[in-house]
Write a protein that binds this ligand. Structure first.
Ligand code: NDP
Ligand code: 2IT
Length: 445
């Protein structure tokens, strides 16, 4: 079995040189799938894994735009259309200076399995650009988004590929991209999700990833007769996912003691309350400032250039970016008594960190299961757009909650090992089977 894993990894590394994040994401999946594949030789014979690691299509393009000084700027745009076996390509757009092929391929690969887990008919994709929205004026962001869409519009559509938000892409960016798509195509369709409520967006989409992650962790705790009430939670990030993770944790009686951004983290021993959360939302979504400004307002501690994992907590919610929990961070979390991890971000834990959590047998929910509520609610937005109606907040929340319960059940089904549940294995196998069976049925395409 080790030889088979190595052979696939050798091929992936040779074909995708200098793309460590993509190699990392593939290795984790292949390692947990191989025992299952050996028991089900039809997948091996049809080379399903070898086909799944090769994107169906990779699009790269020039994005020129004019800054406020009249200077020409050039960024690079991407869309990785990874797999369309079970539905139109679906996945977010990341705008961050670190964006490259490796990061987008890892995200697109994860998205295929995640979207399969949601129970909804969505294939997997990811896109983005090395454009940095930080410090740009609204007009600059608009000109970038318009130029980005001037090329991307050829490759997307409501039945082809439906992009959405991710790091650096929120309601403002989706608005500008949607406006430009509509102008170019002369069509008002559900081509993007995360739209504004007055023009085709779904209630609860902003909340969905964070709420869904908390619902998933609640299910894990229930299996052990535990609840979130009174639990001390460390959250990283302070963007969309982190904000609504905190909101749902507060609803359920947990105590949130940290939030962060790429400059450092705040530690509020007394717990962040609703009033403080409102302040974070205004700071990050309107004023677009730094988290350290909250430390002054909340009179709490701020740790420059540090991550929150040194703070004692019961549950960790990494909700910023990939590889933000190292092996050392994981050891400190476990030593401090952390009993569960719910990944709001995509691949936030390094392989060394995952192995620490698994050896300690704590409840560890990988991103592709725990943060699937975001894209699931995007799927619900697509359904509402197709039907030309909108569901109430309660209706969408009920569906989101049911989906997270179903994902949890499916992970348990494939990941139970005696008393311990290996959620990594559960999520990878459950996500894989549906896509693999569809690929088998559709022949060699
Ligand atoms: P936002 O842009 O709203 O927020 C990102 C947050 O993470 C910010 O606080 C940002 O800090 C921090 N961050 C970003 N990059 C880094 C970095 N390299 N090092 C340290 N901190 C960083 O993004 P989202 O909240 O939407 O996304 C967060 C994570 O959740 C990502 O991994 C994303 O892929 C994942 N996700 C998002 C979903 C969604 O629906 N939005 C759905 C599922 C997963 P700063 O402002 O300083 O950059
Ligand atoms: O990583 C993710 O699942 C997202 N950024 C959300 C994708 C979507 O299509 O809603």
């Amino acid at each position: 079995m080790k030889n088979k894993i190595q052979a696939i990894m050798d091929m992936v590394i040779a074909k995708n040189q200098g793309e460590p994040e993509f190699h990392q994401a593939v290795r984790e999946v292949v390692e947990s799938l191989m025992p299952f594949i050996e028991k089900n030789p039809k997948y091996e014979k049809a080379k399903i894994i070898e086909r799944m690691v090769e994107p169906e299509r990779v699009i790269m393009f020039r994005v020129p735009w004019l800054d406020d000084q009249g200077e020409i700027r050039i960024n690079r745009g991407y869309r990785i259309q990874m797999n369309s076996a079970i539905g139109p390509y679906k996945g977010g757009i990341r705008l961050h200076p670190s964006v490259n092929l490796s990061i987008l391929k890892f995200l697109a690969f994860e998205q295929v399995l995640k979207n399969s887990l949601t129970t909804l008919p969505m294939g997997g994709a990811k896109g983005g650009s090395d454009f940095d929205p930080k410090g740009k004026s609204d007009n600059e962001v608009m000109r970038f988004c318009q130029s980005f869409m001037n090329e991307l519009f050829r490759y997307i559509g409501p039945d082809t590929d439906v992009p959405a938000g991710d790091i650096g892409t929120g309601g403002r960016e989706i608005g500008y991209m949607f406006g430009q798509y509509k102008k170019l195509r002369n069509e008002f369709t559900g081509v993007l999700t995360g739209k504004g409520l007055g023009w085709g967006g779904s209630l609860m989409r902003p909340e969905a990833t964070g709420y869904g992650c908390v619902y998933f962790v609640e299910e894990m705790l229930k299996m052990k007769g535990e609840s979130l009430k009174g639990k001390i939670c460390a959250v990283s990030g302070s963007g969309n996912v982190a904000q609504y993770t905190v909101e749902k944790l507060l609803h359920l009686g947990a105590k949130v003691v940290t939030l962060s951004d790429s400059d450092g983290f705040i530690y509020d021993a007394g717990g962040i309350d609703h009033k403080e959360l409102k302040c974070v939302l205004d700071l990050k979504n309107v004023r677009r400032g730094r988290i350290k400004e909250c430390a002054k307002e909340f009179k709490c501690e701020y740790f420059e250039k540090k991550k929150p994992w040194q703070i004692k907590c019961d549950i960790a919610f990494p909700s910023a970016t990939q590889n933000e929990i190292s092996g050392e961070d994981a050891k400190i979390l476990v030593k401090n008594g952390c009993i569960a991890v719910g990944e709001g971000a995509n691949m936030p834990t390094t392989p060394e960190g995952i192995s620490v959590f698994q050896k300690a047998k704590i409840m560890y929910a990988p991103g592709k299961a725990a943060n699937a509520g975001g894209v699931a609610t995007s799927g619900l937005e697509m359904s509402q757009n197709s039907m030309r109606l909108s569901w109430t907040r309660e209706e969408v929340d009920r569906r989101l909650h049911d989906i997270m319960i179903a994902i949890h059940e499916n992970c348990v089904k494939f990941g139970q090992e005696g008393k311990y549940i290996d959620y990594v294995k559960g999520a990878n196998i459950a996500g894989f089977v549906k896509v693999a069976d569809a690929m088998l049925a559709q022949g060699l395409v």
